[in-house]
Design a protein around this ligand. Structure first.
Ligand SMILES: [Zn+2]
Length: 406
């Protein structure tokens, strides 16, 4: 009788990918850490160009001369700034978000399709962010000393609206969501949903393969709009029911454990802290970047200074936000193991994510950058659970010496 050894089982799962695939995954993942830094630097350069060109200051002066009120003035100045940003950031985005993904075989999307979506994202971003910015500047004018504290409520509100609205209004612009068709996959998922008090009529399959070859599923929405969506990449080959149960069990974990709410609270607190620092550092940053004609914090023509500070603070907070997500991922894996009881299904699904998330990063690298625990430690957790519960059969077909094929 063979004793089940979690370490060996984990190594066996990781070895289902050859050394070259692991090396490519590591190159992709570690390159991604540098992309974070470069994206920030490119963003800073773009904001500096906008500031030094004086284009926002000229627009502000012209609108003031025409007697335009502060709300409309802010909206127009911010709209212009966001528009220029989207155009100037485009070349870098083509490289980082499309060409690089293409190079690693992680997307099959044509550049034209990607560009159309970039344009749509930019327009939606402007439509959503301009009112936010107008509200923020109104707070600055009304409460010059404590606007940053009030802004926490603004961010929490915006986050909630976004969560409710995204699955209904935004996601369908990019992908087709269809209720999972009748059959064994749907039956398995519905049974799991019913057993865990999750609405079972809100389980969708979407054409995620349009944008990305990543093996993935997600949970989104709030209250009435909450749903679980699985990318069709999961079903490129014959559906593996234990795998689907394990993945959907994980997504149900996010839903049942209320991770959305926790994230909303933590992100709002981070926003308050970030905007407090913006308040304190604005003059210093304006001098550093060079902001001719910008009067003070309350001047929307100085928006790129705020954006630059938020970019740097955002980068600095990566370990915090990544860790917040990572902790939720561990909890959801545990939820999946307890409720779906498919340690091998989970392990098989996880192995497929290695291509975009290297399996065995260093400890510090995982803490700083990984939004998910490494596949190595996640598979190990599944195998430890399996060893403790001895529920499912061995993942590896053990060949006894007398059965070695000739
Ligand atoms: Zn997750």
């Amino acid at each position: 009788m063979t004793v089940f050894d979690p370490a060996t089982a984990t190594a066996t799962y990781l070895a289902t990918l050859d050394a070259a695939s692991h090396a490519r995954a590591t190159a992709y993942t570690q390159g991604g850490h540098w992309i974070l830094l470069w994206t920030t630097l490119v963003g800073l350069a773009v904001l500096m160009v906008i500031l030094r060109s004086g284009v926002l200051v000229r627009l502000r002066d012209r609108l003031e001369a025409r007697g335009i009120g502060p709300l409309r003035l802010t909206a127009l100045v911010l709209g212009l700034s966001f528009g220029i940003e989207a155009i100037l950031n485009l070349p870098w985005s083509i490289y980082a978000d499309w060409s690089r993904e293409k190079g690693y075989g992680l997307t099959s999307q044509a550049l034209s399709g990607w560009l159309a979506e970039y344009a749509l994202v930019s327009v939606l971003g402007i439509l959503f962010t301009v009112p936010m910015g107008v509200a923020l500047y109104a707070l600055i004018r009304r409460s010059p000393r404590f606007w940053w504290a009030w802004s926490g409520a603004l961010v929490a509100g915006a986050f909630t609206v976004m969560m409710v609205v995204a699955p209904v209004l935004i996601d369908p612009l990019f992908n087709q969501y269809k209720p999972a068709p009748p059959g064994p996959v749907r039956d398995a998922v519905v049974a799991l949903a019913k057993a865990n008090g999750v609405p079972s009529d809100r389980i969708f399959i979407y054409d995620g393969s349009r944008q990305s070859n990543r093996y993935t599923a997600n949970v989104s929405g709030l209250m009435g709009s909450a749903r679980i969506a699985m990318s069709d990449v999961m079903f490129k080959k014959d559906a593996d029911i234990p795998e689907v149960r394990a993945v959907v069990g994980h997504e149900m974990g996010h839903y049942v454990l209320g991770h959305v709410w926790r994230n909303a609270i933590v992100l709002s607190l981070l926003a308050v802290l970030g905007l407090f620092l913006v308040d304190r550092l604005f003059s210093f940053a304006a001098r550093l970047l060079g902001a001719p004609g910008v009067r003070d914090l309350a001047d929307p023509a100085g928006y790129p200074v705020i954006a630059a500070l938020l970019l740097v603070l955002g980068l600095a907070s990566t370990p915090v936000t990544a860790s917040l997500t990572r902790i939720g991922e561990i909890e959801s894996d545990r939820f999946s193991l307890e409720r779906a009881r498919e340690p091998d299904g989970l392990a098989r699904a996880l192995v497929k994510t290695i291509e975009y998330r290297a399996a065995t990063p260093g400890w510090l690298e995982e803490v700083l950058f990984y939004t998910h625990p490494s596949v190595g430690s996640r598979v190990r957790m599944a195998m430890d659970w399996k060893a403790a519960h001895k529920a499912a059969p061995m993942p590896v077909i053990l060949v006894r010496p007398d059965q070695v094929p000739q």
